[in-house]
Design a protein around this ligand. Sequence first.
Ligand code: NAP
Length: 310
Amino acid sequence: MPPIKIGIVGLGKIARDQHLPALAANPDFELVAVASRNASLEDAANFATLEEMLAGVPELDAVSLCTPPTVRYGQARQALQAGKHVMLEKPPGATLSEVEDLTRLAEASPGSLFATWHSRHAPTVAPARKWLASRQISKVHIEWKEDVRVWHPGQRWIWEPGGMGVFDPAINALSIVTAILPRSFFLREGTLKVPENCQAPIAAKLRFSDSEETPITADLDFLQTGPQTWDIHIETDAGNLTLRKGGSQMFIDDRLEHEAPEQEYPGLYARFAELVARCESEVDVAPLRHVADAFLLGRRETVAPFHDES
Ligand code: NAP
């Protein structure tokens, strides 16, 4: 099979940190074009917009959308209508309805649609799901605390409507939990702390449960300096499971059971190549639905303004 000719849209932080190296290491893909309003890449055809890229490189097979969620629907629609395979960064869109619309469009298009959840490719997700499948879960606690100034320097979009604030990283935790827990769960109550100059929360506390009334809580913070916390603690009838460092380590009763180097984006592109080969789509909106529920049900508290000095 010749390599899949792919173009990247939005040459920002995640495109440079993860997509470019993952594509360079995967012989199933050939990065041939970039659409960016402000940046360019050597050894690729550069365009200001996706529209120009689609017109300028008609042999393109696929596009990878690395833009913020609020602009992704229009871009994905354009690419699917042009017959391309489309990979979406997380979250797959700004609303559930637009992702549903894209899913329907993909069903009627020759291209595949892949709504990625990079954290589901963390090395402990599969072993954790297997370990939990035969146990009775009594409690789940998510602690997702990172420094927005480190991971999203100068990104104003994250504080605008649809930018999701602290849920931009926290949706990664939700993507793991929805993949490893044996039962679906739903929000009971929540508090969202919104800076007075922003439209999206900077911190949140959530309480979910499932049909068995299992307590599932989340403590989310976007202002954590020093060591970063991306942990999930699960108590069961046969020991406690903890995922640390975003799912790169798995502990059972404080004993390290599983650890592997981070390979999330190589995993995503390997999966995309499979989907493209089969012309299949993969879209799971469960993590985004929980975020939408938090915005529906959460109590707002206005807090001090946020200023990004980075
Ligand atoms: P970013 O650094 O702001 O990059 C996004 C790029 O999208 C920008 O460089 C810009 O590219 C383009 N863009 C921004 N606004 C646009 C608009 N209104 N219309 C068209 N293009 C626009 O953001 P990022 O951190 O890479 O995040 C992008 C996505 O990746 C988000 O959904 C985020 O959740 C996800 N992600 C981020 C991280 C992380 O650590 N930052 C990790 C995993 C996933 P041009 O200037 O090139 O046009």
